[in-house]
Design a protein around this ligand. Structure first.
Ligand code: ANZ
Ligand code: ZN
Length: 813
């Protein structure tokens, strides 16, 4: 027997695959296409076990599809722009470009050690000018189509990263920076936005997408579509106040109004007596916006000030006081609310704090119009204390009130979204320069497209000043206006790096195209992505941005489908052996390179898939990997070793059925990303082969079919060892060019066995039953047999005995 040495065999085969170009992308074959993408890595310097966990099973599925007869494309690239490069530059005085590209070189080697079916000629690196040139081109197209616009506004600012953040990058109720955990502050800046909100409704439509429910739910909540009405209240001082409410059915219960402190009407409506305290509150609130106001914490004490004015409830004509409070945000709806303390929690807390009227206008079945309100009751029910709409259900009342408001011209049906436009300007260096020029005469002018890429300059100063490093560059920002030729200045910000990953899956198909972002003839054939894999932490950023970008491209006529990725699967997380998140400080980090050196890539791949259901993740387990070492070792030996004796009587038909069954099982499991059960099945199959090997089945055609099948089924999972076995079995063409083995449905049905049936110890007949049949069904078959039935008729059955696989005995009197 030969010993299998992964350290020799794995590199040997990888070189051979490379030499023979067996993974080369062939866009034009006649086979049906299957486009599989796994989220591209950030070149942080080192591949960690999480990369292996995400990517190697994705490779297994891609390989499986290829064996199933698809023309599979499974590319890889690097998401190469971003803050860590710049921070490394600041900290260690390195050039971010050198840092990034040397990391890429190193990590590509690590990725190659995984044995993936990647065609590296199709690689993309987002920091390459050939790539980011097209970010700039898209930016200009968006600008021309009104999808990119500039706005002066207070934006979220991370004081540590020294840059603006998109709303998605501000996390938690405390509003911390997603990257560095600092408390996020605000800053007034002139910034570029992409108009993702113009696709809000379309982004809520997930039809045709086979995506995990939790991702679509998160996106739906993030977009946050609310249906309701805008309602206008007259105010005694003059100017009317318009509010947005999702509960027009509670209009009779509106006992006061609240304006956001920044609301433009505050200055106009405030009475002379209240001016001093209102001004003080407004000043305080504006200062607070710089830290945190948006808390969703309902326990938080409510603060506010009466502005000394009243509005008129349009239904009851009652006077309702107007307040300002910081729980009303200027950035949502109209920046003003009608407060319904009986049925809204925040309004209830506010009314309690300030002793304002609380009125019930909704009841549940067991309540009456007079039942006191102990807390806010937000649930729908039946309307009370509301004049002509009393008795309607909340839903009916909502419609009735909206119709009434529209008829009286007091309001109109309205929809609000939580989604905000995508803030793309970043005051950092290592990103795509924004291709815009500001001319004192002509205004905002795009860089002419034939001058793209607008290159990122070398040698800048990274001192974290809060200003864009490009602004501090001695010459870069000074230019001439493309329109009038006069002196002009460039935008000195760079783009959010989520721009890079918004369309990379398209660029992979034609990374060398120089006349357009991609070669349309190829993309028309290959898009959308059939299978996307990656982490669920990208639910509302990358996965929403890329859908937006795609729809914008579709509307530009560049792509035709409605969605960029048809099927999405999210892998879970590999935790430390202690079930904590892996981290350097906990000292529980598993280094994949060391594992590969010790066990080989195939073992690491196999173990990561065996450790648990892929979508759930699992804690690392050192003992478990030994189990996979033994499994692959046994698989190796069962095919390559010659048994000393193989003369025991065996059952070729049993092995044949086992072979057909495992073919079906592994195929079905890989199809649905159930890698762990596929491997468990293969382990069992190797045990069955170990037994069969001791019998006269060894060396037969059945044996050969079984061992070949084992090798083919292993090929996606453990591509190197499978290739070595395939060669051992006498094949000259790569196992990775073979078709997935097929199975015969008839072979899946349980094997049947023949059992003699005795009556009172004497054989009286024979029956055929499934080998796996249970006792009651065997007895039922025996009693129904045409020979046995007449013999037991009219007799009393005293005992029925089934000796498994041997006989049935019926004792009668
Ligand atoms: C009256 C009312 C009665 C409300 C009731 C709710 C319950 P969503 O679902 O998130 O869209 N609101 C409107 N604009 C606001 C702002 N700028 N800041 C803070 N709150 C605001 O929430 C819509 C509801 O949030 C609106 O409906 C309004 O309160 C409040 F029993 O109006 B409602
Ligand atoms: Zn000009």
């Amino acid at each position: 027997a030969t010993r299998y040495d992964s350290s020799i065999t794995e590199p040997k085969w990888r070189e051979r695959w490379e030499r023979d170009g067996i993974y080369r992308f062939e866009p034009d074959s006649d086979k049906p296409k299957h486009y599989a993408v796994t989220m591209l890595p950030y070149p942080s310097g080192n591949l960690h076990i999480g990369h292996w966990y995400a990517m190697s099973p994705s490779d297994v599925h891609a390989r499986y599809m290829r064996m199933r007869g698809y023309n599979v494309f499974f590319p890889m690239g690097f998401d190469a722009f971003g803050l860590p490069a710049e921070n490394a530059a600041i900290k260690n005085n390195l050039d971010p470009r050198k840092w990034t590209y040397s990391n890429i070189e190193y990590m590509r080697g690590q990725l190659q050690s995984m044995g993936m079916m990647v065609d590296w000629d199709q690689q993309i690196v987002s920091a390459d000018p050939e790539y980011y040139r097209w970010n700039q081109w898209f930016f200009i197209q968006f600008f021309k189509r009104g999808l990119a616009y500039k706005k002066f506004s207070a934006v979220d600012w991370c004081p540590k990263c020294n840059t603006t953040l998109a709303r998605e990058q501000v996390v938690g109720d405390e509003r911390r920076c997603e990257r560095c955990d600092s408390l996020v502050t605000k800053r007034d800046l002139d910034q570029w936005y992409f108009k993702i909100t113009s696709y809000a409704d379309e982004l809520l439509d997930f039809s045709g997408l086979d995506w995990p429910e939790r991702i679509t739910t998160m996106q739906r909540n993030w977009i946050g579509r609310s249906e309701g009405a805008e309602i206008t209240f007259k105010s005694e001082a003059g100017d009317p106040i318009t509010v947005f409410s999702t509960r027009p059915d509670t209009l009779w219960g509106a006992t006061f109004m609240v304006l956001a402190p920044e609301h433009p009407l505050v200055a106009k409506l405030t009475s002379v007596e209240q001016k001093a305290s209102v001004d003080a509150y407004v000043a305080e609130a504006i200062r607070k916006t710089e830290v945190e106001r948006q808390s969703t914490d309902d326990e938080k004490p409510k603060t506010g000030v009466w502005i000394g004015a009243y509005a008129i409830n349009p239904t009851s004509q009652e006077r309702v006081p107007i307040w300002i409070a910081d729980y009303v945000l200027m950035t949502y709806g109209t920046g003003a609310i009608m407060a319904v303390p009986g049925h809204d929690e925040r309004d209830f807390a506010f009314a309690k704090t300030f002793g304002l009227a609380i009125k019930r206008v909704v009841v549940q079945a067991e309540q009456t119009a007079e039942t006191p309100l102990e807390t806010a009751e937000p649930a729908y029910g039946t309307v009370v204390n509301s004049g002509q709409i009393d008795g309607l259900s909340s839903a009916e009342a909502k419609e009735a009130v909206i119709n009434w408001l529209e008829a009286e011209q007091l309001g109109k049906r309205a929809i609000n979204y939580r989604l905000r436009d995508w803030l793309v300007s970043r005051q950092r260096y290592w990103g795509t320069p924004i291709p815009m020029i500001y001319c004192p005469t002509c205004g905002t002018v795009p860089v002419p497209e034939d001058q793209l890429p607008l290159l990122l300059p070398d040698s800048v100063d990274f001192k974290p000043t809060g200003e864009s490093p490009l602004k501090l560059h001695p010459t870069w920002r000074f230019t001439t206006c493309p329109t009038c030729g006069g002196e002009a200045e460039r935008d000195t910000d760079t783009m959010d790096t989520f721009v890079d990953s918004s369309w990379y899956q398209v660029r992979y198909l034609s990374p060398h195209e120089t006349n357009a972002p991609f070669t349309k003839a190829i993309t028309d054939k290959w898009l959308p992505v059939d299978q996307y894999t990656g982490g669920r932490e990208h639910a509302v950023m990358h996965l929403l941005y890329t859908r937006f970008w795609w729809k914008a491209m579709r509307d530009m006529g560049l792509v035709s489908a409605n969605e960029p990725m048809t099927r999405l699967i999210n892998q879970g997380v590999i935790l430390g052996e202690d079930s904590n998140k892996m981290s350097k400080s906990r000292g529980n980090v598993i280094d994949p390179d060391m594992l590969v050196a010790q066990y080989g890539a195939d073992t690491v791949r196999t173990f990561l898939m065996f450790i648990g259901p892929w979508e759930q993740g699992a804690p690392w387990n050192n003992r478990g990997i030994e189990g996979c070492v033994r499994f692959l070792d046994r698989a190796w030996r069962v095919v390559t070793d010659t048994p000393q004796r193989h003369d025991a009587a065996g059952h070729a038909s049993t092995l044949e059925r086992q072979t057909h069954r495992i073919i079906k099982k592994v195929g079905d499991d890989l199809q649905r990303f159930a890698f762990n059960t596929a491997i468990a099945g293969l382990m069992e199959f190797v045990n069955e082969l170990m037994k069969a090997r001791e019998t006269d089945v060894y060396g037969t055609a059945t044996w050969r079919k079984a061992t070949e099948s084992l090798t083919l089924l292993l090929a996606p999972i453990a591509p190197h060892i499978a290739e070595e076995l395939w060669e051992f079995l006498g094949n000259s063409q790569s196992v990775h060019l073979q078709a997935w083995p097929s199975y015969d449905e008839a072979m899946l049905i349980d094997e049947s066995i023949e059992l003699p049936v005795q009556i009172n110890g004497k054989v009286r007949g024979k029956i055929q039953v499934a080998a796996t049949a249970d006792e009651p069904s065997i007895i039922a078959t025996a009693l129904a047999d045409e020979k046995i039935a007449p013999l037991v008729e009219g007799k009393t059955i005293i005992k029925q005995i089934v000796v498994p696989n041997r006989l049935v005995n019926i004792v009668i009197k």
